[in-house]
Design a protein around this ligand. Sequence first.
Ligand SMILES: [Zn+2]
Length: 866
Amino acid sequence: MSSEQRGSFLLFIGGVSLGAAVVGAVCAYYWLPYDISVKTQPQSKQKRTPPRTRSSSPRKVSLPRNGDLDGHHTQYSAQNGSAEYTVGQQKGQKSQRVARPALSDDEDSDEDAREAGRQRKAASSQGSDNGPNGSKRASKPVLNPADRSNAASLDIHGLAKRHSNLALAGLAGSRAHSGLQHGGEHLRGAASSERLSTAYSVARPDLVPPPPSLPAPHPPPEHTINTAGDMMREGAIIEEAALHEQYCRVITPEPHISEEMEEVCALLEECLRLRQKWLFKPRDSPEQLGSMPEVAAPSELHPEPFKWRSQQRLEGSFEMVDGVVKYYADEASTHEPYPVPGSSLEFFTDMHRVLKIVSMGPVKSFCHHRLQLLEQKFNLHMMLNADKEFLAQKSAPHRDFYNVRKVDTHVHHSACMHQKHLLRFIKSKLRKEPDEVVIFRDGKFLTLREVFESLSLTGYDLNVDTLDMHADKNIFHRFDKFNLKYNPFGQSRLREIFIKQDNLLHGRFLAELTREVVDDLEASKYQHAEYRISIYGRKRVEWDTLAAWICQHQLGSDNVLWLIQLPRLYDVYKASGIIDNFEQLLDNIFVPLFEVTLDPNSHPQLHLFLKQVVGFDMVDDESKPERRPTKHMMTARQWDLKFNPAYSYYAYYIYANLYTLNKLREQRGYTTFAFRPHSGEAGDVDHLVSTMLLCHNISHGINLRKSPPLQYLYYLAQIGLCMSPLSNNSLFLDYHRNPFPTFFARGLSISLSTDDPLQIHLTKEPLVEEYSVAAQVWKLSATDLSEIARNSVLHSGFPHQVKMHWVHSLYWRQGPEGNDIHKTNVPNLRMRFRFDTFSEEQHLVSSGAEDFRLRALRLSQREHHH
Ligand SMILES: [Zn+2]
C-alpha cells in the first residue's frame, strides 16, 4: 500500500451502489492516535471548501511521514490519543478501552508541560499560512500544568491535532468487499485484517518500538467510565472536539459531474432564485438584530399585552385592485412604496416553470441520488457517532429532553384540548351553571340544562365514548367526516356552545376552556403552542369579534402565540349568497388589517391582538379535486364562478396581500406575519410548488415523498415542515409509511406537532405524546428528539430575543455556531454533521451551476467568433 509511508491508509467499504454517476464512494475520516498536528490543517480546509474534481476517486489524505514528527512527543500523545480514541466507542468494545497512562503527579505535569509546549509550537507554526483555521487553533487555550482538572479536556486539543485520518472509502472493484451497512463491523474488524494491521502498525506510533533514549511508557491500565462525573467529563471532551471539527466525519468525494448534471444544478439554482424573488424577507436580518439583549419570556418584551395606548395615524391610503391591496404613501395615489414582487400572471408563470423543472427526468435522478446519499450519510454518522452524541449530552448539566423548549408549531385552537379535558369541562358546566342561557334555537332561548334535556342526555350518561370526538378508522381519507368530529356528542349545538367564540355567551365557555389549557402549558413551563384560529372572510367584523374575545378574556400567555387560519370555503359562501366574487372574500379578510395598521385607533382591540399573531395559515381538504391554475387566470374580481379556486390561486392572493401588509407593519414597527399554510398533506404537487415559492414554512408536507426534486429543494432552502404523523395516520397516511424518519435523516428541517389533540391524542400532554410515539416507533435517540425540539423553536414565531435565550445568541446560524447544548441539549457533533452535509450539497449545486454558465458562455463566444 503506497500510502503507508505517508502514514495513512484506506479502509475500504464498498457496495455503496447509490448510482455510479453520482456517488463513487463514501469515506469517513476516522480518529487514529497519531500526531498530524501540522498537516491536518490544509485538509480540514479542503473539507470546508472542497475543490471540484473531475475524477471519481476519493480524495487522499496526505499525512506527515514519521520523520516529520517529534518522536518523543508522539509517544505520549499516542498513548493519550488511544485513550481518547476508545472513549465513546461501541458498547461491545468497552473491555478494550485503554486509558491515559496512570502517571505520577510529576510525570503528569511534565507531560502537560510538554503538551503545552507542543500546543504553542503547533500554533505558531500554523499561525499565518492556514487562514481562519490557523488563527482559531492558535487561540486555543494553552495547558496550565497546575490545573489537573483541565488536563482531560485539554488533551483533546492535543488529540485534535494528532488524529490521523482513516479514509473509509467505498471503491468500486475487487477491493470493495463490504456493503455500507456493514461498515461499522468492518471498521471494528479493521485491526484484525492482516493488510490493515500492517498499515495500522505504521499509523499507530505506540506500536512502533520507542526510540531507545526514552523509557517505555507505562502499560495502559483498564479504564472504564463508571461515574456520572466521568461521563460528564468525557461528554465535555467530545463536545469540545466537535467544536474544533474533530469527529468521525462522513464525507464523500466529489462526484463526477457530467454536462447533464451541470444543467440540473443550474435548474435547481433557478428554482431557489425564484423563491428568493417572491419570499417576504424582514427588513432587519437576525444578524442585524444580533446585538439585542436576550429575554427569557415574551412578557418581558411586552409586560402589559392588553393595555391600550393611543397610536399615531400613518398618512397614506389603500385600495383593493383585482384582489390585491395597494398602499399609497400619498393621498394622490401615485407612489406605491411596497409593491408585491409580481402579478398573479408572473406567479403562475414561475410556478409552471418550477413544475416543469421538477418533472424533468435528469432532475429527478440527480435529486433522488443526492437524497439517498444524504440518508446514507446520516446512517453512517449514527453508526460512528451515536454513542459520542449520547455522552456529549451528559455534559450539559440539568438539561434533558423534558426541559428543552418545544413549540407545538401546528395545532388548531378548536381542538387544542384533549377529549377527557373537554368532557370534564362540559360535565362541570352542567353541574355548576345549568341555568345559564346558552343558545337560541327554534325560536326560543335555551338553558344548558334544557339543551341536554332536548338531547335526552344527563350528566351521568356522559363519557368519552358518547362524546365521540375521537378520530377512528372510519375517517381515513374522509376529511368531511373528520370535520363532523368537531361536534361533541355528534351535536352541532354543543359545538356552538362549547367551542365557538361568536355565540350567545360571547365565547365565555371556550375562553375558560382555553385558559385551562394555557394554564396546563404554563405549568409544564417548557412546552409552547401556536394556536390556529379561524377567520372565515364572510364579513369584515369577524376580526373585531375575535379580537374582543381575546382581549376581554385576556387570553395571553408566555407559552402561547396565535396564527390565523383561513379556510378555503369560497364556494360555500358563494352558494349561500354571502359573497359575490373572490375579491370580496379577500376584502373581508385584509381591509380591516390595513385599516388597523394605518390607524390602530380604528380597531384598538384588534391592534392589541395582532401583536400576538405571528402568521397566517390556509386550511381545508387538499384532496378535493381542483383544476391547476393556468398562466392566464381570471383576477380575483372577475372570479364569480360557483367553483372554488385552486389551492395555488388562494396561496398567491393571500401571500400578495400579506406582503404589502407586512412591509407596512414593518415601517410602523409592528409585528409581521409569516405565511405558514397547510401544504402537501394530500392533493397535487403544485401545492408544494407554490408554497416553496411563497412560504416560510408549511404544515405536513408528506407529499414531498412523491417528488424527489421538490424534496431536495425544500432541503436546500431549509423550509420548515411542521409534521404531525399521528394526524396523518388518522386521515391520509399510515404511521409506518410516514416519510418523517426519512426526511429527518436526510436533514430536512422538521418539527413535530399535534394538529388536533382533541381528535387524536389520549394524554394530558399531547405534544409529548407525539414525540413519544415517534421516538418509540422510529427509535429516535435523545439527540434526535432534542434536534426536533430545537427545530420547532426555529419554525415558531416567538420573538427574536426569546429565541436567543432558548437556542443560542446566534441561533440563526447553521452548525455549532448557532447552538448551545446547555440550552438545547443538541450536541455540537450533530450540528456539525448537519452543517457539513448541507455545505457539501450547497457547494455541489452552486459549482455545478457555475460550470454550466461558464460552458454556455464559452459556447456563445465560439459561435460569435465563427
Ligand atoms: Zn392542521
